[in-house]
Design a protein around this ligand. Sequence first.
Ligand code: PLP
Length: 364
Amino acid sequence: MTILERKLFGPGPSNPYPEATSALGLPLLGHLDRAFVTLMDETCDMLRQVWGTDNARTLPISATGSAGMEAAFVNTVSDGDVVVVAVNGLFGQRMAEVASRCGAEVVTVEHEWGTPVDVDRVVAAHPSPKIIAAVHAETSTGVRSDIAALGAAKGDALLLVDAVTSIAGIELRADDWDVDLGYAGTQKCLGVAPGLAPFTINERAWERRVERPRSWYLDLGLLGGYVGEAGSRGDATRTYHHTAPVAMVASLHAGLTRILDEGLPAVWARHQAAGALLQDGLEGMGLELFAQQGARLPELTTVRVPEGVDSAAVRGELLDRYDIEIGAGAGPYAATVWRIGLMGHNARPDAALLVLAALREVLG
Ligand code: PLP
């Protein structure tokens, strides 16, 4: 089967960094090989840097971002625990669903799609929740929420954050912002293929965790032995839990190395510049951006489909004529909004100009 080289300018996956792609072809190591243990240790060290945390328990969970979400809730929610979920898009809705399946009494705080989380309303929603949960970068709407403000206002609750689309794209400082636990994905600004969920949890959340979570695979207590208990180094403490996806961890290691060599502030600035170029260009074409001004993500732009234009037909033409993928809108905005991602390796001015030129051609 011939697979075309698409330009993945949708909401993810994005084209990986070349270093991450090359690493997939490295010789495979055994998952308990000393060399793999070192690779995993270094990967966890680098994940701490992109999370902005010193948490010993920081690891790549062997599954996609949604498994990171499940791990977060299944390890912290017991039947009847109150979980306040800020919902300003599809992934906030998913958090509420997952928390509820874990037995939580869920209190949702609904927001208009396209707007950021209102911290005052979220903290006022319940006097003593066990957890407050929010999405940092809502991929469904292209909106950034102020996690630092939520951390400052959360009181005694644990703050659980979805950083799938923010990690390694915009500023993320888990420790400074008082984030207690969070999960991410590899396929967006980290510039690696989908398949792992970078995860972090601090001591405070660890002490309040569920002793015997209903999920065996996602039990953080058992996963401690897999990556080394509480971040210990070397192979002495490693035990078999599941077969690590060795090639994916090698690829993540390569992607993280690429990012940290460039430097996180430079990577954030690159995303910012590419997003601004795209958003200015779209407005210059007379198109209307969807996300609220002041809360727009640079790495994921949402734009309204012009009146009378067939959203799916335009996306099809971009793909057929130029091998460019952009995304449809999410949920109620499926046919009326496009989502254009410039993430990781694609957060570059040439990518922004390419998608603008192609869109201009197709729209006529
Ligand atoms: N959370 C957010 C903000 C996302 O954008 C996504 C995926 O797009 C997910 C969670 C789920 O991640 P995955 O699709 O990797 O399971």
